[in-house]
Design a protein around this ligand. Sequence first.
Ligand code: BG6
Length: 462
Amino acid sequence: MKKFPENFWWGAATSGPQSEGRFNKKHANVFDYHFEIEPEKFYQHIGPDVASNFYNSYQEDIQLMKSIGMNSVRTSIQWSRLIDDLETNTVNQEAVDFYNAVIATMISEKMTPVMNLHHFDLPVELYAKYGGWESKKIVELYVGFAEQCFKLFGDRVKYWTTHNEPMVVVEGEYLFQFHYPNIVDGKKAVQVAYNLNLASAKAIQAFRRLNIPEAKIGTILNLTPTYAASDSKEDQEAARIAELWNNNLFLEPAVHGTFPSELEELLTQDKVLWEGSAEEKEVIKNNTVDFLGVNFYHPNRVKAPDLAPNSVGEWLPNRYYDAYDMPGRRVNLDRGWEIYPKALYDIAINIKENYKNIPWYVSENGMGVSNEDRFKNSEGIIEDEYRIAFVTEHLEWLYQGIEEGSNCFGYHMWTPIDCWSWLNAYKNRYGFISNNIHTQIKTVKQSGYWFKEVAKRNGLKE
Ligand code: BG6
């Protein structure tokens, strides 16, 4: 048997904005608002209003999670729910009661809660008033919100994360137009990336000042290892820059407290470097993470760009590399993402060799498949063998990385119960547990029963 380390986390992750529903929330986040103004942009015009109804059904949902053997679970605290006055950071008592109840239920079911503080869900008023993450004012307000969370829940929550996939905020909101406000502005994107790194470090600083016994803080990054189309000098150079931008821009400050110098040089040369003070860089240097969460879905294959990088036009980071569609690649066509499990091994070794072998866990992995009802058997259970095969392959490569010394302490699936997925809404389903969004009836899939056995054995059968 392929046995995983003792006390390995077997669990899954969701987020407040994707599971709770908008019930009883005083403020709208950027997605609540985007759905209000452009519902047609969302698959089948389904927004985050109800999501998977976690706000009302958290007890049953957490029991279902327990029933499939999960020993840990991540969700997020919504800034737009917890805080009443966004300028002074006073808290909303109903929200405090709600998150207290969620945490208490997780603990009573013997699941370690992991709480994230930002899952793309900035309160939209802060975008309207200050320009969102473009502004350092938001960094300060976010730190105030984070501090409230640590004070309110830190006696019970021992694992915190500052952001989920900050790079997606940069790409979705400022480069590739898949998240509101759909801006295309490379210079702003660079500043937002810096500000998100600064916000993480400042939240960590606030956390350390509180000195909460036994509590740890990390951040969650979507790592997309880069593979060059060929060994040619040009393709290798494209891969080098893609890796600096897509991964190292967040990974290096989080773990080493510094920005990649080659990237700083490139951004300086292109006259788009962020504005940051020496004092801020000191905060980033002195407030690195205790652990890392890695979301892994797909690799990033690149080739030399068709157009010369110094072509005239708006600066965007991808002027240095083009996407490479490798012939024969395996893809989940519903999501359009390549399936390449070995990348998880490459991540494990990269962390071991280049990032202090810091403790880390797979904080998301999984596959979103549409119309899963077609796989229902006569008892109404979705037979999602493709998901079992997908997770097995990823766990095998992860196991190999751990065998070679990488310090990985857990594996979380995206997601426990089918939840709302941004613009794709409920098109692709990721859960171990299905959700009929019309009745909110939730049913364990075959993969959920399988996962329970893996968790119980703490390993994979040979
Ligand atoms: C990650 C996010 O990017 O992947 C989740 O942390 C997201 O919020 C998940 O739902 C799956 O991606 P998508 O776009 O298919 O929902």
